[in-house]
Design a binder for this molecule. Structure first.
Ligand code: SAJ
Length: 422
């Protein structure tokens, strides 16, 4: 049975590009989101996120009538769920964050009344091991008139699979097409149908496994990167103590044919690398020791950067004894969680800037070329241009290596460069 109508639940950084790719292949796509503003924006043929080339694809898909956005699900042949999987609030400091599947549960309950025999439901959201089976249970509970793979195997009325997204923000349009795709069906038939669906636009290989392995594969990829970044961040702290330039050190070590150290920074952000390893640690706390330690190393880096700022302020005041902390202006360059995007989710740069604005008696200014206004209500903080900041500030803190910041010489004196570009 072919897929004439495809529904994507959650039109965020993953759901919207995925919906647009299906629509660009002339499939009828119904995008569903609870956010009225996102729905209205998309229906005007515009986008509410920053992602290169996506605006053109969405504009074409909407004007040609292949993509529409709605607030509540409508019938379709395939449903792809791309909603967030955050943590539950941590009760006590030091507790292991536990995944919160409430958005998956809400999406499952919202699509359940629309399901019919022959439909395919795919969970794309990064999820703890077992989440796909749990989602299938929620669907089965809501639709006792239909059969699902956990009970009926390959004869199920509705097929269910986990196919984690693995695209890199900033390169989503290309990676959605070119990346290999892990397809974890709850049965062989579920996998085969999911492959058929993704082959609409995926040129990479669709590699079949089971749902649990697919869930763990995605968590493993992001945990591996987190551990590697933790190694780089730990090196940066060691090098600072030993008065060694960590950037030079890494570039030297990386000349070895089998070494490829990643780059240190102000911490690890985004909704993926800083989150997904906890999904492994929370399931297997006694076994996931290295993964847990890496999380702690990366989470501690922002505080280390803030301490560096405190030292820089003290040094500045020592060199300018006529001044007090109130006279010191601090500029923070970059608020996004990584270069050349507008995404501020779990951004160490944003958190560091907020904390500095709270603690510092003088002015704090921020430069973020990818946003028009500051998301935080903090009267002490102001968004300025790069040139203004370079002239105005006494202490300069580079937090994100945006392309706009890469220049040969930088005017400011008192520098803390967490990305090694100045
Ligand atoms: N970072 C460093 N040093 C580095 C590389 C990254 O400090 O050398 C920091 C970034 O500044 C950022 C964080 O790590 O704060 C994460 O950035 P990222 O570029 O490593 O990854 P994401 O979160 O944008 O996307 C990741 C990707 N996963 C892997 O590369 C294994 C992507 O393929 C996934 O699809 C995505 O997570 C996701 O959605 O899970």
């Amino acid at each position: 049975m072919s897929f004439n109508t495809i529904s994507v639940i959650g039109l965020g950084y993953i759901g919207l590009p995925t919906a647009a790719m299906f629509a660009s292949r002339k499939k009828k796509v119904i995008g569903v989101d609870v956010n009225q503003r996102a729905v209205d924006t998309i229906n005007r043929g515009e986008i509410h996120i920053v992602e290169p080339d996506l605006d053109m694809i969405v504009h074409a898909a909407v004007t040609e009538g292949y993509l529409k956005a709605v607030l509540t699900p409508e019938p379709a042949d395939a449903f792809l769920i791309a909603v967030p999987t955050p943590f539950l609030p941590v009760q006590m400091e030091g507790d292991i964050p536990q995944p919160d599947l409430k958005y998956i549960e809400a999406a499952a309950n919202a699509i359940a009344p629309m399901l019919k025999k022959g439909d395919l439901v795919i969970l794309e959201s990064t999820s703890p091991v077992g989440a796909t089976e749990q989602m299938a249970e929620w669907l089965a509970a809501a639709r006792p008139d239909l059969t699902f793979p956990q009970a009926a195997g390959d004869n199920a009325d509705v097929n269910v699979a986990h196919c984690p997204e693995r695209v890199l923000p900033g390169h989503v349009v290309r990676e959605l097409v070119e990346n290999d795709r892990v397809i974890g069906g709850m049965t062989a038939k579920c996998s085969a149908r999911a492959v058929e669906l993704y082959k609409t636009f995926v040129q990479g290989e669709c590699v079949i496994t089971n749902a649990r392995t697919a869930e763990m594969a995605k968590l493993t990829e992001n945990s591996c990167r987190d551990v590697q970044i933790a190694f780089a961040n730990e090196l940066s702290i060691i090098c600072d103590k030993l008065d060694i330039d960590v950037w030079e050190l890494i570039s030297l070590a990386n000349r070895h044919p089998r070494i490829n150290i990643l780059q240190p920074g102000p911490g690890v952000g985004g909704h993926c690398i800083a989150v997904d390893p906890w999904f492994i640690v929370s399931k297997t706390p006694n076994e996931a020791k290295l993964i847990h330690t890496a999380r702690k190393v990366n989470d501690a880096k922002p505080e280390w950067v803030i301490n560096k700022v405190k030292i820089a302020i003290a040094d500045f005041l020592q060199a300018n004894p006529e001044k007090t902390a109130k006279d010191v202006t601090i500029a923070c360059y970059g608020l996004a969680f990584k270069p050349d995007i507008d995404d501020l989710r779990e951004s160490p740069a944003l958190n560091i800037t907020k904390k500095i604005a709270e603690m510092h008696a003088g002015k704090v200014i921020a430069v973020e070329p990818n946003i028009k206004e500051l998301p935080v209500v903090n009267t002490a903080l102001r968004l300025v241009s790069f040139e203004e900041a370079e002239k105005m500030a006494d202490v300069h803190l580079l937090l994100v290596d945006h392309k706009e910041f890469k220049k040969e010489s930088f005017g400011g004196n008192c520098l803390i460069d967490t990305k090694g570009i100045w």
